[in-house]
Design a binder for this molecule. Structure first.
Ligand SMILES: Nc1ncnc2c1ncn2[C@@H]1O[C@H](COP(=O)(O)OP(=O)(O)OP(=O)(O)O)[C@@H](O)[C@H]1O
Ligand SMILES: [Mg+2]
Length: 242
């Protein structure tokens, strides 16, 4: 449970995240998605309740958690640490105490995997929004994270940017990584999901396979069923023209 004063951001919540699953977390603005994942990543302490990571309470998981779980923020700028792209990626494995050679090898391979080698000398702040997100994924790959949480990975991306992000997601999934994706843009990634969880006013309202959950959607949860088709220009709005 997370609250400040009388406002309760999360309550009565029970969520098991299974290794190797791709879980989508949806819900309206302010429903608690980011806060919940900040708790899972150990960045925020719930006032009540326990979080376990691989069977151990989160506060005891310490280094193992940092090493194995990466949260990519909604605002990628907030995560930039290095003066160059290469430095930024190297920072994580350095911090985990890997040898110089191992840091170098991991950095080179993460740069390559995310297509960032040509930009390795660039200052990260000069990258585009989509490239910054790729940088964040590269940084967690270099640390060897098995679980990657992406908070709104498609925000502000053009079509090729979305496709690139989906390629990253597909690769991570093929490598057996556990993926948690917080998004309003279900239509872009639903096909990759094993599970869809709906959060509304800090409470999990539904949890199941994407098909099951979409069939049970309630309007008040603020999530639109992406299976609605767009066959004509007239359909291409989320509100009838009137
Ligand atoms: N430390 C905190 N304690 C209690 N409430 C908080 C705290 N931080 C933020 N909140 C409130 O919790 C609510 C949920 O915020 P959160 O960022 O998790 O929403 P979200 O589901 O990620 O929304 P969005 O789709 O807009 O990103 C917000 O109304 C916010 O004001
Ligand atoms: Mg959020």
């Amino acid at each position: 449970m997370v609250f400040s004063g009388k406002t309760r951001a999360l309550s009565a919540l029970n969520l098991d995240i299974h290794a190797g699953q791709c879980l989508l977390l949806a819900g309206s603005n302010g429903s608690g998605k980011t806060i919940l994942m900040r708790c899972v990543a150990g960045l925020l302490d719930p006032n009540e309740g326990d979080i376990f990571f691989r069977g151990r309470p989160l506060n005891q998981a310490g280094r193992a958690l940092r090493r194995e779980l990466g949260l990519i923020f909604q605002d990628a700028d907030a995560q930039i640490l290095g003066e160059t792209v290469e430095e930024d990626i190297a920072f994580g494995p350095e911090n985990l105490g890997f040898s110089k050679e191992e840091v170098k090898a991991r950095t080179v391979s993460a740069l390559e995997a995310l297509g960032l080698t040509p930009k390795k000398e660039d200052p990260p702040r000069r990258l585009s929004g989509g490239e910054k997100r790729r940088l964040a994924v590269a940084a967690f790959l270099a640390m060897g994270c098995d679980t990657v949480i992406m908070d709104e990975p498609f925000a502000n991306l053009d079509w090729p940017g979305v496709v690139q992000t989906l390629e990253i997601i597909r690769n991570l999934k093929q490598q057996g990584k556990t993926l948690i994706i917080l998004t309003h843009e279900l239509e872009k990634v639903l096909a990759f999901a094993d599970r869809l969880v709906i959060l509304h006013q800090g409470i999990i309202r539904d949890d199941g396979t994407p098909m099951e959950v979409l069939d049970r959607l309630k309007d008040e949860w603020g999530v639109r069923d992406p299976r609605k088709s767009y066959l004509n220009v007239e359909d291409c709005s989320w509100l009838p023209k009137g």
